[in-house]
Design a protein around this ligand. Structure first.
Ligand code: HEC
Length: 247
């Protein structure tokens, strides 16, 4: 039908088209809106093209002139003034806020002590490099698990250590740093250390195994937290613990 009307007169087609548009939009609009839409479309379709250009041209210059004069005087200081403090404030505040809680833990071969000097918990041993051993033991002994506090040291055998680092150290390992140590009567040598890239002397990734612990255990495996078991029985583990050469 529209096609036929179009062939008689483009103006009729326009009117019908506009009417269809206003019907389609009529769900939320009333009679008034319909009339306005219809007439404004017809008006603009028939007269806008020739009129719009001259209309816009004379109106534009005074607007442009009046707006360009205002910013010329006030724009420069107005723009500079707020920008500078905002930028300085945000760059100054960010490091101050984040630096305080995330001061990195300094860990070297003197950080680790004999298992006999650590606190035993169900067959493994804990310590805290920041002195907050109570907070570490509280999580280790919690029947529902929890997140170990920063500074926590956990060991099963003399040569392997997990240390809870500052927040953000290694999101993929819950901020645990893994260490493999060589130990003897004189102390420790660090063979490898780091996050999920640390591989033990058997070519296995510490993180791959420990990540299998259910989330509430914070990467601690024990015997029943969901990790694959070690290829040693408890007797062997206890023998290795007892053979710690450090004093
Ligand atoms: C083959 C998997 C596997 C790998 C690889 C592995 N672990 Fe473990 N780890 C375990 C299991 C299972 C236990 C618990 C053993 C038990 O209590 O009988 C454990 C225990 C521990 C514990 C005592 C706390 C706990 O999770 O129960 C520490 C600390 C530890 N491992 C550190 C390391 C470090 C450091 C590395 C790498 C240098 C490493 N592990 C590599 C599976 C693994």
């Amino acid at each position: 039908m529209i096609a036929r009307l179009r062939s008689y007169s483009p103006q009729i087609a326009l009117v019908v088209g506009a009417a269809l548009v206003s019907w389609a939009c009529a769900g939320s609009s009333e009679g008034e809106a319909e009339t306005t839409t219809l007439s404004s479309i017809i008006e603009s379709e028939s007269t806008a093209a020739p009129d719009a250009a001259p209309d816009t041209a004379p109106v534009a210059p005074p607007t442009a002139a009046s707006t360009s004069m205002a910013p010329e005087t006030t724009g420069v200081p107005a723009t500079d003034a707020p920008e500078a403090p905002t930028t300085r404030a945000s760059t100054t505040e960010a490091p101050v806020t984040t630096a305080a809680p995330v001061a990195p833990l300094e860990i070297d071969e003197t950080s680790f002590v004999a298992l006999s000097k650590m606190t035993p918990v169900r067959g493994f041993f804990v310590d805290n490099l920041l002195g907050d051993i109570d907070a570490t033991v509280a999580i280790a002994e919690s029947p529902v698990g929890g997140v170990y506090p920063m500074g926590s040291v956990v060991q099963l055998i003399p040569g392997e250590v997990m240390v809870k680092r500052e927040a953000g150290f290694s999101p993929t390992t819950n901020d645990w740093e893994f260490f493999e140590l060589d130990v003897d009567a004189t102390g420790n040598t660090i063979r490898v250390r780091g996050g999920d890239e640390v591989i033990n002397r058997f070519g296995l990734s510490c993180a791959t195994c420990h990540a299998l612990a259910a989330p509430q255990w914070d990467f601690i495996c024990e015997q029943d937290h969901g990790c694959d078991p070690l290829p040693f029985d408890r007797e062997t583990i206890e023998a290795i613990q007892a053979s710690d050469p450090r004093t």
